[in-house]
Design a protein around this ligand. Structure first.
Ligand code: MV4
Length: 511
């Protein structure tokens, strides 16, 4: 195992990697921007190196400075986390060229999966089902018309350079085709500098189901089962779970074998994820492979008992995976809610400020992976995801109930968060039945938000509760145990927190 690892990231994932290293007896080096000088990931690491001003382009995306920091501190390996430099082929190569171990897939595997059309061609050649469609770019509207007829409407135009849904257009009839092609080209050109567009049959109301794979350098490729990630908004996932209500043990085996085949085709090593669309008839289609650790990895850890980050490090150090595929099956149910600094009732507008008070949920089956603490400043430089609340239950119903309980116990004051939104989702009948697909949240959002208690009455109740807390405190202090007159102490932040909690309860946040 390594003696020392540098973590090229921030926030909750940097802390997640620090903890894995601590448990493996590995020293850690954090890197940080000027905005993060007092961030928890810096304090929790054994050493820390400042790498530049707050904007990511001048700090967390500066591969040169990060490699310098690794050399300076004599770190033997770099873990990139997710986002930032994690899927940049050039960085994986630069790390290797500097004689440092990359805790991730080979640069060649990142490249093989980087182009969406190249990946589609590669996996299809290896027996992996892809959505029927073209792999070549469309020449013109007439060409598009010919293929649209062949596959049948509705079709989906996609940018060859691909990613994040940009340059995508659903076309339901031939009269819309020419116009949609033109606007998809324009958007693709703007986003990727490449106006090449291809088409696929449009899969209606599919689920987003992804398979976690783990591959070592000795030729073992394992599937760790699926995660259901259909609850998303504008391509941002909000809730993930494992397993999926739509996946039977037979389908799990089939999708797992398929994902392993895709990974082998790309020469994959380390942790990776194959994304699939699963349609209502139970057919599944490969979409793309994410060549990194994902945000939602904890739900897989909770149902398999396998520590993915520790295994990423062990694999990078050359260890052999000791598990057999037959030994891996999900136990119970895990669910994750992404806690973001966004105001769901105001079109998910990002919120900024200081975390004035933080009360964390705990108890059976509750896990909190966060990059914030009381006193943290939340700005606009980085992703709005503050933390992940993850729960485990014996079955899905218990996981949902437990998630709701833990969400109500969670108090974050100082910035708006997605907490209340998540409570409402846990109360939704369709969600409780697992009747979700990738368009579900969009269809259901208005009715989810409508169930929110009036903010005004919550505020009034909170103020009343805070005043009561302060009065009680004053009364207690004045009497004093010895009978002396003692100066009244002002309400503490925990009194205020409790008053908020009380107000929430009064307003029906608790069922
Ligand atoms: C699709 C699809 C339906 N049919 N392809 C969205 C981003 C890109 N990675 C692929 N995406 C989709 N491709 C066909 N043929 C629907 C989506 C899609 C989607 C996929 C996964 C998760 C969320 C999504 C939200 C909207 C559309």
């Amino acid at each position: 195992m390594f003696r020392k690892v540098l973590i090229a990231n921030r926030g909750e994932i940097a802390l997640r990697v620090v903890r894995a290293c601590q448990e493996l007896g590995v020293k850690t080096v954090a890197v940080y921007s000027e905005a993060d000088a007092r961030a928890p990931h810096v304090r929790e690491a054994d050493e820390a190196v400042s790498i530049g001003p707050p904007p990511s382009s001048e700090s967390y995306l500066r591969g040169d400075r990060i490699i310098e920091a690794a050399k300076l501190t004599e770190a033997e390996a770099i873990h990139p986390g997710y986002g930032f430099l994690s899927e940049r082929e050039w960085f994986a190569r630069a790390v290797r060229d500097a004689g440092i171990v990359w805790v991730g897939p080979p640069a060649e595997a990142i490249a093989a999966m980087g182009s969406k059309t190249a990946a589609r061609t590669l996996v299809a050649a290896n027996g992996v089902p892809v959505v029927p469609g073209t792999t070549e770019a469309l020449a013109n509207a007439k060409d598009a018309e010919k293929f649209a007829k062949k596959f049948g409407y509705p079709i989906l135009l996609k940018a060859v350079a691909g990613g994040g849904g940009k340059g995508m257009r659903v076309v339901s009839s031939s009269k819309e085709l020419a116009g949609a092609l033109e606007s998809a080209r324009r958007e693709a050109k703007n986003a990727f500098g490449d106006d090449a567009v291809y088409l696929e049959k449009f899969v209606e109301r599919p689920r987003h189901v992804e398979i976690q794979v783990l591959a070592d350098t000795h030729g073992t490729v394992l599937s760790l089962g699926e995660r259901e990630c259909s609850v998303q908004r504008r391509h941002q996932k909000m809730i993930e779970e494992a397993p999926s209500v739509a996946v039977t043990p037979e389908l799990r085996n089939k999708m797992g074998e398929t994902a392993a085949r895709a990974a082998r085709a790309a020469g994959y090593v380390n942790a990776g994820t194959c994304e699939f669309l699963l349609d209502q008839s139970g057919e599944f289609y490969f979409l793309e492979m994410n060549t990194r650790l994902q945000v939602e990895h904890p739900v897989t850890e909770l149902v398999t008992g396998i520590d993915l980050v520790q295994w990423q490090l062990r694999i990078a150090a050359g260890e052999k995976l000791p598990f057999r595929q037959e030994e891996i099956s999900p136990r119970g149910w895990a669910m994750e809610c992404r806690i973001t600094s966004e105001d769901a009732s105001n079109n998910f507008l990002p919120s900024t400020g200081r975390i004035e008070h933080l009360h964390l949920p705990s108890g059976p089956g509750v896990r909190w992976d966060a990059g914030i603490e009381s006193g943290s400043e939340v700005g606009l430089y980085y992703d709005p995801m503050l933390a992940k609340l993850i729960v485990w239950g014996v079955d899905r119903a218990q996981a949902v109930t437990r998630m709701r309980r833990a969400l109500v116990d969670l108090i974050i004051q100082g910035v708006e968060t997605s907490r209340d939104f998540h409570v409402r989702v846990m109360d939704d009948d369709e969600f409780r039945r697992g009747e979700i697909d990738i368009q579900w949240l969009e269809r259901r959002l208005a009715s989810i938000l409508a169930r929110r208690p009036a903010t005004e009455s919550v505020r009034i109740a909170a103020i009343a509760a805070a005043l009561l807390a302060e009065r009680d405190h004053a009364a207690r202090s004045v009497t004093g145990v010895s009978g002396d007159s003692v100066a009244a102490t002002p309400a503490t932040s925990s009194d205020v927190a409790n008053s908020w909690k009380h107000a929430a309860r009064v307003e029906g946040l608790r069922s």
